[in-house]
Design a protein around this ligand. Structure first.
Ligand SMILES: [Zn+2]
Length: 438
């Protein structure tokens, strides 16, 4: 065991202040087992996985490297777009079109000597359990709920009580405009991302009647052009949201409608934003959230201070929309969580009897429900397949069921249905049907 002084002098001065935290006992360290070398050694060998090399990912990679992590992997399937450059500061004009993971990894390696960053220009779904098993910590900086749900399910599934080290702490950051959140998940121990799905309610869809009759906001005019005018006029066979000609067609249509109803604010870029469902990204919000995530990583790795997620508070929300407000609370694990719980989740239907709803209505409703958010659901009940999205032969065979009522399919109050979705691999979502009281 070396003293803090010898360790500090044997290491580059660059890490002096970090080592002050890592090599000295603090109010929360156990004096009986404290070893000043341990935290440094742990971080030197610890393998950390970063998912996403975009707005949050650039910040996370930089912070981890500057916090003393040495062996980092990063996954991102995206290439650099010119619109990323205002906040994804590891990228330059010359990098446009190149892999985010690769460019980010090389940049941080050049700036922070001694750190190794292994880039993976791939999808998270391309890797199997043995890949994820090699890491001690996973940090997500993603903008997609689907990707979060996938990695969450994979990490929960990997937990094996007989295998030490099979619980991989998951730190998740997310931002939207001036708002964000940081949370820590200990798979199977604390509430998981699926338990917390209601924190990500899908954006309330504007009712079609508002779009069709009384638009009030520029977004309504754009949605009208997107949903109604495009369908009626079919200016091109298929809408390509990346084609400026198509976006411009929608923009002009939306503009005409906005004039008619005396609504200001329809622009080309708003049209693009609404149609592509782009979430506003602000550099400084990404910094705040990534910093919170990386401090938790440092605490988990070194045990120097209690971290978010254990034993109580596990979710920090940050809101800069109206002044600044932060709030940290405990999100409870849910027994009816399809990923980490054991019970079926209740599915409250908007009709009072099984004869009033078709399977199609049920299947289509699953995408918009906060507790489900499943876009391509396949449904089974009582061991029978009711509807399958794929393969095509099975889809065709089960398609006639879509127009049958729940009653005709033998579904009734309290019945359990099993839903799968290609976005979530082997996870089965169990729902218990509940009809509206008359
Ligand atoms: Zn859960």
């Amino acid at each position: 065991m070396s003293s803090p002084e010898t360790l500090a002098t044997s290491r580059p001065a660059r890490w002096k202040w970090l080592d002050n935290i890592r090599t000295r006992p603090g109010p929360y360290t156990d004096p009986d087992v404290f070893d000043p070398d341990a935290a440094v050694k742990t971080m030197d060998t610890m393998k950390v996985l970063v998912i996403g090399a975009g707005g949050l990912g650039c910040e996370i990679l930089k912070n981890l490297a500057l916090s003393g992590f040495k062996d980092i992997h990063v996954i991102d399937m995206d290439t650099i777009d010119i619109s990323n450059l205002n906040r994804q500061f590891l990228f330059r004009q010359d990098d446009v079109g190149k892999s985010k993971a690769e460019v980010a990894a090389r940049f941080v390696e050049r700036r922070v000597r001694g750190v190794k960053i292994t880039p993976h220009n791939a999808k998270i779904q391309d890797f199997d359990e043995s890949f994820y098993m090699q890491f001690q910590l996973v940090i997500c900086g993603l903008d997609s709920i689907e990707a979060r749900r996938w990695i969450n399910a994979a990490l929960v599934d990997m937990v094996d009580e007989n295998v030490e080290d099979s619980i991989k702490p998951l730190i998740d950051g997310g931002t939207e405009g001036f708002k964000g959140q940081a949370r820590v998940i200990l798979p199977t121990v604390t509430s998981c991302i699926e338990c917390q799905l209601d924190m990500h309610a899908p954006r309330a869809a504007v009712p079609l009647c508002t779009l069709a009759s009384i638009p009030r906001q520029p977004e309504h005019c754009i949605e009208w052009a997107h949903v109604i005018a495009w369908d009626q006029e079919k200016p091109f066979p298929q809408l390509d949201k990346d084609d400026p000609v198509h976006i411009n067609w929608l923009y002009q249509k939306a503009l005409e409608r906005a004039k008619e109803f005396n609504i200001q604010g329809v622009t080309y870029s708003l049209t693009q934003g609404v149609v592509k469902n782009i979430i506003p990204a602000i550099a400084a919000t990404n910094s705040v959230i990534a910093a919170a995530c990386c401090n938790e990583a440092l605490k988990i790795a070194t045990n120097c201070n209690p971290f978010l997620g254990y034993p109580d508070n596990n979710y920090m929300m940050y809101s800069g929309n109206d002044g600044i407000y932060t709030y940290t609370f405990k999100h409870e694990r849910k027994e009816d969580c399809p990923v980490c719980g054991s019970e079926a989740r209740e599915l409250a239907l908007p009709v009072s009897k099984p004869a009033d709803w078709t399977l199609r209505e049920l299947v289509e409703s699953l995408a918009g429900r906060p507790e489900a958010q499943l876009k391509k659901p396949s449904v089974r009940a009582a061991g029978k397949t009711l509807y399958m999205q794929s393969p095509p032969s099975l889809e065709q065979q089960t398609r006639p069921n879509l127009d049958k009522t729940l009653e005709e399919l033998g579904l009734s109050e309290g019945q359990e249905i099993a839903v799968t979705d290609p976005a979530f691999g082997a996870v089965t979502f169990r729902f218990r049907l509940k009809f509206k009281k008359q």
